[in-house]
Design a protein around this ligand. Structure first.
Ligand code: SF4
Length: 302
């Protein structure tokens, strides 16, 4: 069964030949890999979705100030701001993605989907999708299964890690997972789900990983919001049967090729991009000094 998640083309063929849905194929794969049972896998995902919902709530209700001070209750400010740039649903989408990611930056509990750096995207998109369309948790779990299949293929063909492929691999992959999940949950067929992934990746290609002071805060938190927006827009485009032109497998290969040619300073080393700006460097020094100051005496440098 291992060929199943080597390509989107292979995944589609497998489902069509066996006449099973995308989520069912992921369950079969998980059962095969882990000797588990369908019910255990679905229960695990329900639990994970519960953690995602809690992260959104926590980020919107509790004080979210990171130790560096770079993150300071941004989600609540966006959620409550009175001048509307976006529709109310869109404003909530952005706020929720920010909220769950802020919880991560403030050392709270999140689901790394696929990584902690991108942990606001699936919660923000799925909680908002569920609210708009009044979906049951079980339907969202099917979306999560589709997202898991998408991540398996991206990992196989490119990467899910910022240290390997830049931020396109983290927030880009999470957005692709979310976009495919949304299309599936709204009744899209396999081609539409994969088109959503292709369009999302096309929008996220080339994004570098440049966290200020090496902390997963800036620009990570705001990138979770923009990736959630791209996931929604790509899902809308795909559901309307707009052609992605470049097939999804080739989009992922392009992501892998770009990631491989990216210089190491753009791969989580905090040596390039925003991390290397004057302000980024100043923040980095300040964070380093405050870290040294809070070391216990026995650990203080000589
Ligand atoms: S900038 Fe780097 S650390 Fe931050 S979310 Fe993107 S990949 Fe993760």
């Amino acid at each position: 069964m291992s060929y199943l998640f080597e390509s989107f083309k292979g995944w589609k063929t497998y489902c069509e030949e066996k006449e099973i849905s995308l989520p069912q194929s992921v369950i079969e794969f998980e059962v095969d890999q882990k000797n588990g049972e369908d019910s255990q896998i679905k229960a695990g995902l329900l639990k994970a979705y519960g953690v995602m919902k809690d992260a959104v709530k926590t980020g919107l209700e509790e004080d979210m100030i990171s130790r560096s001070g770079m993150i300071n209750n941004g989600a609540k400010k966006v959620y409550n701001y009175h001048v509307a740039v976006l529709s109310p649903e869109f404003q909530k989408l952005i706020s929720r993605a920010l909220a769950a990611k802020e919880v991560n930056s403030c050392m709270g509990r999140v689901v790394a989907a696929p990584t902690a750096g991108a942990s606001g995207i699936l919660p923000g998109t799925l909680v908002t999708l569920q609210e708009i369309h009044d979906l049951a948790d079980e339907e969202i779990v099917n979306g999560l299964l589709v997202g898991a299949g998408i991540a398996l293929i991206i990992e196989e063909k490119a990467s899910l890690a910022g240290a390997v492929g830049g931020c396109q691999a983290e927030t880009g992959s999470a957005a692709a997972m979310a976009s495919g999940a949304i299309v599936y949950c709204l009744g899209g067929n396999i081609d539409q789900v994969f088109t959503a992934v292709a369009i999302t990746i096309q929008c996220m290609l080339g994004l570098v990983c440049d966290p200020v002071a090496g902390l997963v805060e800036v620009p990570c938190v705001v990138r979770n919001a923009s990736a959630a927006a791209i996931a929604f827009s790509s899902a809308q485009i795909a559901l309307a049967n707009v052609n992605a032109v470049i097939p999804v497998d080739e989009c992922i290969e392009a992501m892998g090729e770009i990631g491989a040619s990216m210089e190491s300073r753009y791969k989580e080393t905090a040596m390039g991009g925003l991390a290397a700006t004057l302000t980024g460097q100043e923040i980095s020094k300040r964070v380093l000094i405050s870290d040294i100051e809070i070391l216990p005496d026995s650990e203080s440098p000589e």
